[in-house]
Ligand binder design. Sequence first.
Ligand code: RP5
Length: 169
Amino acid sequence: MNNTPVAIVMGSKSDLDIVQGAFDILDKFGVKFTARVLSAHRTPAEAAEFAATAEEKGFKVIICAAGMAAHLGGVIAAHTVLPVVGIPVASAPFNGMDALFSIVQMPPGIPVAAVTAGKAGGKNAALYALSILALTDAGIAEKLHLFRKEQQAQVLAADAELQEQLNNR
Ligand code: RP5
């Protein structure tokens, strides 16, 4: 057992740019995470072993980022009953459509949740994971409410600034 509730797995180090958004949000919320580079196709045994032992290690949710034929979330979900959140990473030649279709075409019985494709996916995957953890952690729930308030204030401040610019034309 450990006190690290979130595990992040990416199919390649090249996915790190997207995954960084998840790191940033989890750090902001003070929630511990581990991150691994494991590929459904290139390291299938290691990916399966990681998923199969994730529950007993105390992880509560697993985020998977992968591009191209993005089977990582599906393979991880096949080996655990923990909630799995998939981030479709855009890569050539189909600009993420291939990854999106791979993640949202899971067969019945093995669910993988799909979040926003591309850059915002890392951030939203972490926020989704936090929403799951918040069901049993009042501290995280409180921080999520605060986060939404801060976000609202930022948008309204941007709106006020725009209105001022337009009024001063
Ligand atoms: C996927 O193939 C990875 O998740 C990555 O998005 C994509 C390309 O991998 P690399 O060629 O950058 O290793 O498995």
